[in-house]
Design a binder for this molecule. Structure first.
Ligand code: ARG
Ligand code: GLU
Length: 708
């Protein structure tokens, strides 16, 4: 009898325990989320996730480099993150003779670990709600923030403090950080594992990528941050994660603990319309053209393919995300859902005269400002897509113009000037194919002019008229004139500044770049900033209004690259008619995708051998398969790459690295039906390290449970 009622209670709870949207601030979990997390399967206390004074999971999580998350997985400072997060470092240690990207790398001991100048790992030591001091303090917001930072720095001199706005400035949180600056590369699988499927599989489920790499934090003799030094020793973290190799099952609770970068969950429907109907399609169109050109060249030239792999990946990453975002917003009726919510917002206000006088106007004002922003935002997007991202030589010339200005203002001498010029030109020519860039210019400008019409800068229209709209000819001149041929492609430091500047100013690339920059800086940017200011002010009011009007609801702040917890459960999804995705992938899929000789889906011989002979050892699941990736309904975004996926005990079961593209609109409008984050299964990571990498000594360093 008792058994039965327990079972019923369990069923009841698990029915209630549907997944939740949101990326939650650790210091408010107890108040906002604890009951729900427990009902869904969290078995540890919130204090074990985040506690200011006591050691908690937060002490194992770091900001890795500029925009990723990483976590401590041993008592000797071992750090786990994604392969695509460590990519730059792995690449920087690679050469033709010693190609770590292709072959992978496993340091056999501490001496073999590779240093990475500039790479940092930052711990969050404390977070404190300082809204009252900042919002109600005596001075301006800026002055109050400074006062808070000064007070906390006095109290905790070993940490660095910043104060960040949440909910568009309705809340302020002070964050105390500690940054370690000696972070060494310990291990990485070959790209054929760590980047398996490359751009074709990027943002896709089902996925078979072993997207991980391993680093180690070093500290001085007192375990404190220090610049790189031979004498530094492995850092002893306050906390490192236990790895659970017992795996997960469908329906299991998971949480992702990391640093989501940026979301816009509280935009009015109108602005989401602009994004999906104007901004995304315009950016996608330019990138469609760029990617098609590059793809053709990369498929016919190995040289171009090698040079452009990383650039192609960068252009394709956002491009694919925007396409997914548009489909997702449409399919989930995201705009209508927002409109319905706005209708309800207005309806409730009508019954509350006092609130109505505070918030009644705000949606109309936002509408007005977002509408007046459209032309400026469009020009700005095109400036970025065409003048900065699209044509590499234009980006370089834009920066050369700034270097020339500083020189003409007398801020640098001849030698310094030519040195900066030389550096900028060298960085353009690194991994550069001028033919491809010329083709890019000829391709994107007709799109730019056609779409921007009257908004096109006059000087660009003049070029268009002079060449009778023939951009192939413009591109030919731009890449064939004296400046580009002599001063750029054949640059040498003996060139006299005067001659260089004269040639630059007469060049076609100068005319195009200077025209766009001039137009942007003088006409667009000031208006853009003015309107953005007004929008920020009204978004703040709107956010406050939403929280007050819908006071029965729970609101999470938009991502702002601060430490957050997202939670949900392991589950598949069914994004289109007749398609239902399973939650897990295994070794079989790696072999199904294998295409010998293809740069995205090739596999190394020794790896194939292990897979074909099913050498999975203790890392296999109950059915004898090797688990590779899995998906959950955890709300994540860019920046969550490298975040640990933790089970109900707070043990690491997976490593977050992507989202399924049908759900990338979660940055604008989360939908539990189709938003899934993608993780590498911890067992796959352990297996690759152990069985393929032969780095069992790293495994010995980790705390692993659930292995038999
Ligand atoms: N889509 C993932 C993230 O934004 C992974 C990107 C790196 N991988 C790649 N194939 N480009 O950003
Ligand atoms: N790959 C992303 C990153 O680098 C994470 C995927 C996402 O956007 O959710 O942060």
């Amino acid at each position: 009898m008792r058994r039965i009622s327990l079972l019923l209670a369990f069923l009841f709870i698990s029915r209630l325990a549907f997944a939740v949207e949101g990326m939650w601030v650790p210091i408010f979990l107890e108040k906002l989320n604890a009951d729900e997390m427990k009902a869904m399967g969290l078995r540890i206390s919130i204090d074990e996730i985040y506690h200011f004074n006591n050691v908690s999971l937060k002490d194992a999580i770091v900001i890795f480099g500029g925009g990723c998350t990483g976590e401590m997985i041993s008592s000797k400072g071992l750090l786990l993150t994604n392969h695509h997060c460590g990519y730059g470092q792995i690449q920087s240690h690679s050469s033709v003779e010693n190609d770590l990207l292709t072959n992978g790398f496993w340091a056999k001991n501490n001496e073999e670990e590779l240093k990475n100048p500039g790479l940092t790992a930052t711990f969050i030591r404390m977070m404190e709600d300082v809204s009252d001091d900042v919002i109600n303090g005596e001075g301006s917001v800026g002055e109050n923030i400074k006062e808070v930072v000064d007070r906390l720095t006095g109290q905790y001199p070993e940490w660095e403090f910043e104060v960040k706005p949440f909910y568009y400035g309705n809340q302020y949180i002070a964050i105390g950080k500690q940054t370690y600056k000696d972070v060494r590369l310990v291990g990485a699988p070959p790209s054929s594992i760590g980047k398996y499927g490359s751009d074709t599989d990027n943002w896709m489920w089902p996925r078979h990528t072993g997207d991980f790499s391993i680093f180690r934090i070093y500290a001085d003799a007192d375990n404190n941050p220090a610049d790189f030094n031979e004498n530094n020793v492995p850092y002893i973290p306050k906390k490192h994660l236990t790895i659970n190799a017992g795996g997960v099952e469908e329906g299991d609770f998971t949480m992702v603990f990391g640093f989501p970068g940026s979301t816009q969950q509280y935009l009015p429907a109108r602005e989401v319309e602009y994004i999906t109907e104007i901004y995304n399609p315009e950016r996608i169109e330019v990138r469609d053209a760029l990617l098609a050109n590059l793809d053709k060249r990369m498929r016919t030239s190995d040289e171009v393919r090698i040079k452009y792999a990383a650039k192609y990946a960068r252009i394709a990453n956002a491009w694919k995300k925007w396409r997914g975002e548009n489909i997702g917003i449409r399919e989930s009726k995201g705009i209508q859902r927002k409109k319905d919510m706005e209708f309800e917002f207005r309806r409730r206000l009508l019954n509350e005269p006092e609130m109505n006088s505070t918030y009644g106007y705000v949606l109309d004002s936002l509408s007005h400002y977002y509408a007046s922003m459209v032309p400026y935002a469009r020009v700005r997007n095109y400036y970025i897509e065409v003048g900065i991202q699209g044509v590499e030589a234009m980006r370089a010339v834009r920066e050369l113009i700034l270097i020339v200005r500083a020189y003409e203002e007398g801020n640098v001498d001849d030698e310094e000037f030519m040195e900066s010029v030389g550096k900028r030109i060298a960085s353009l020519k690194k991994d550069y194919a001028a033919e491809a860039d010329q083709e890019a210019l000829a391709t994107v400008f007709p799109i730019y002019i056609k779409r921007l019409g009257d908004l096109t800068p006059q000087r660009i229209l003049d070029v268009n008229n002079n060449y009778k709209g023939d951009w192939e000819a413009v591109a030919e001149d731009a890449f064939g004139d004296k400046f580009f041929e002599k001063m750029v492609m054949n640059f040498n430091e003996k060139i006299k500044p005067k001659k260089f500047i004269k040639a630059l100013k007469k060049s076609v690339l100068f005319e195009l770049s200077d025209a766009m920059m001039d137009h942007y800086n003088n006409i667009v940017a000031p208006n853009y900033a003015r309107i953005q200011n007004a929008i920020n002010k009204h978004q703040k009011t709107y956010m406050a209004g939403l929280m007050e009007v819908f006071d029965e609801k729970r609101f999470y702040p938009d991502a702002n690259f601060t430490l957050r917890v997202s939670y949900g459960k392991v589950e598949g999804f069914a994004p289109v008619d007749a398609v239902a995705y399973h939650w897990q992938t295994t070794d079989t899929g790696i072999l199904e995708k294998y295409i010998p000789g293809d740069y995205e889906f090739d596999l190394p011989e020794d790896f194939l051998d292990l897979l074909e002979n099913e050498r999975f050892g203790r890392y296999a699941n109950a059915s004898g398969r090797l688990p590779v990736c899995f998906i959950s309904s955890n709300h994540t975004t860019g920046g969550n790459s490298g975040s640990p996926a933790l089970n109900g005990d707070g043990h690491l079961v997976g490593l977050n690295f992507d989202r399924a593209w049908e759900g990338t609109m979660s940055d604008l409008n989360y939908d539990i039906e189709r938003c899934r984050n993608i993780m590498v299964d911890a067992r796959y990571i352990l297996w690759v390290v152990d069985a393929y990498g032969g780095a069992g000594y790293l495994i010995d360093e980790m705390d692993i449970v659930g292995l038999d």
